[in-house]
Design a protein around this ligand. Sequence first.
Ligand SMILES: [Fe+2]
Length: 434
Amino acid sequence: MGCQYFDPCAGGADSFTIAIPRYTFGRGCLAEAGTRASALGMTRVGLFTDPHLRDSAYVASVIEALGQAGLDVAVFDEITIEADDASVERGARFVADGNFDGVVSVGGGSVIDTAKASMLYGLHPVEDFLDYFAPPLGGGKPMPNRLLPHLACPTTSGTGSECTSISVLRITELETKFVLANPVLLAHEALVDPACCDTLPPRIVASTGFDLLCHALECYTAKAYTRWERQPDPRKRPLIQGANPWSDLPAARALEIVGQYLERGVADAADHEARDQLMWGASLAGMAFGNTGTHLGHALSYGVTHLMRNITTDDYPVAAPFIPHGISVILSAPAIFRYTAEAAPERHYEAARFLACDLADATPADAGEALATRLIGLMRKTGVPVGLQAVGFAPADVPALAASSARQVRAINNAPRETSRDDIENIYAAAMSY
Ligand SMILES: [Fe+2]
């Protein structure tokens, strides 16, 4: 690789900024929740979780720890499995009415993302829900400088939301998801207890595992930060700032981890080594993409979840249509990396090596194909849908999919290769089946 990937470009950024929370990892560390929340100054806690976790041992242990530290706790669990504006509006009322001095979230990405946004909207209300989203979709209203202290406790090994300044929300009226991104959304602390993954069903380990894989792979292959335009005001430097030497480190390790442990973690719930490693990898990938941004894998997933119909997924307690986020991302990924590799062959080759792709006799020119072959193999071995036709799409859907995803402008522009609407259509067409 080389530093040449980050060589200066005329008019390009010359600095990058990294933000991660204080971070604790270990089996049983949820028992630290009370001490940690207290140290953050919390006395009255708004605890966010979802209805399926509400009676779980994880939530019980956090509530017990908070109580032992002498903190008052009120619980909010009216969160859908895909965080949406309606959940946030309910959560915002909970925050506005609760007189809290801190928030604890216990759950997957939807719970943590809802907690972040509920503080924003509850403490700093706006007339139109889209006001805080970036133009052209939203009003681009500046966010406040501070929210309440937030202790994030993930219970799945995928989103990495405990380490990011991002909240991904489904906007009901627009039938698709958009991203709120601002440093103020970063949790103050993450408490990551891999024991939460011991009882995850295999399909959830698979879909969240592919999410973490794509976070890491998209970060490592993203456009270099030096190729984004220079932002004179450092406060306005976007979180989607492109690949950078710091994010390379967690992204590379996350690729090694998911390459080594994904199949084992899906196959055997008792394989604590694999499931613990996947939880660690999810946080690493979150630290990476929270400071890089994703690119085409995530951008094209939004068209999939926008237009899905009559499809559901076992192990997820949710009505059709539903495709888990990680699956919506991995479906197009083999076609995407076949497409992007020519723009940064060395980067793709290194990523393929981290992911333990078969590189016998391969050169960087073969990296896109090596990555695609490896991803398709992992999809087959873990029993997830392979290609868009497997989740109900047909070639006739390609223009609508591309039109929907084309709205994810910054993520598309974070790809290493310039990508037009026609290119997106070609990728979707190639992703129908493998
Ligand atoms: Fe993701």
